[in-house]
Write a protein that binds this ligand. Structure first.
Ligand code: COA
Length: 264
């Protein structure tokens, strides 16, 4: 794919920085300033362990505002989402900071991923979207020619194929095995793939202690473990006595309400 006129003029104002082990610690992303939080530190470390697997983490840098967006994608066999997508690139995250939305910057980041997919002769690009918060919605992708190939409400698996006859990717959300493994007590499944995770873990752990519960925090340590998670969200979920009580981040208040209802 070649850059159109609009994209070229944007690239004078913005730069897409391909991060690596040498420059990631100095980049800001997802609202986390370089070097200032446990979330940034953990995510940077996580990325350094992933680059060799072909993972791409690109930061959108504005000449005026600094780092204001990002896109992350992995090869299907190294994807940290419960999807089966061999030969595809799987987008983990796409984000443009609040006041910079609606200017075509999300599309610019997506174009850069599609160009990589074409260059590396992938079957196509897949992405998990959600109508809920904490994940990009499907609109931007549909406009770019993606179609829905699997659904696990509120999540959709979208794909843009570059090889028409390639098999569709699919969700592989397997719940029962984990429900059995964590059948007693409170368990938080947390992946360092998202810099907000340490904050979410701390909030829920603090709230649970007021109920006299000490949560077991299980760090999701590999793409394989991530693909065994009980929800397509894939970064954070909470189990209680072998039941899924949150399949994505929730506030401490919502957590307390769920626990109260559970006890009734
Ligand atoms: C999804 C997301 C990345 C889109 O980013 P964006 O920069 O706003 O995307 P674009 O500007 O390319 O496209 C958005 C809209 O602006 C329109 N647009 C594109 N260029 C435009 C321009 N120059 N001027 C005005 N509008 C434009 C697009 O047509 C699109 O229209 P739509 O709303 O009707 O679909 C952004 O909304 C986001 O970050 N959402 C949160 C995602 C999230 O939670 N991620 C989890 C963290 S990993």
């Amino acid at each position: 794919m070649t850059l159109n006129g609009k994209s070229r003029s944007k690239m004078r104002e913005y730069e897409i920085v391909d991060t690596n082990a040498g420059n990631i610690s100095a980049c800001s992303f997802c609202g986390y300033k370089a070097g200032r939080s446990e979330g940034h530190h953990r995510k940077s470390k996580w990325l350094k362990e992933r680059y060799a697997e072909g993972l791409k983490f690109k930061v959108l840098r504005s000449r005026e505002f600094g780092d204001i967006g990002m896109i992350e994608y992995a090869l299907g066999n190294h994807a940290w989402r419960p999807v089966e997508a061999p030969g595809y690139l799987v987008i983990h995250c796409l984000m443009v900071n609040g006041k910079h939305k609606g200017k075509g910057l999300g599309s610019l980041l997506l174009d850069s991923c599609l160009r990589d997919a074409k260059k590396s002769k992938c079957r196509g690009v897949a992405v998990v979207t959600s109508s809920d918060s904490f994940m990009a919605g499907s609109d931007l992708f549909i406009k770019a020619g993606f179609v829905s190939v699997d659904s696990f409400p509120p999540y959709e698996l979208l794909v843009k194929k570059l090889k028409k006859t390639a098999p569709n990717p699919r969700f592989i959300v397997e719940r029962e095995r984990l429900f059995k493994r964590y059948r007693k007590g409170l368990t938080i499944l947390a992946a360092d793939q998202c810099p907000a995770v340490p904050k979410w873990v701390e909030e829920i752990a603090d709230a649970s202690r007021t109920l006299g519960l000490e949560p077991k925090v299980v760090r999701v340590g590999s793409a394989k473990a991530s693909r065994e998670l009980p929800t397509p969200y894939g970064m954070f979920s909470i189990l209680y006595d072998g039941k899924l009580i949150a399949e994505r981040p929730i506030s401490a208040t919502r957590f307390m309400n769920i626990m109260r209802r559970n006890a009734e």
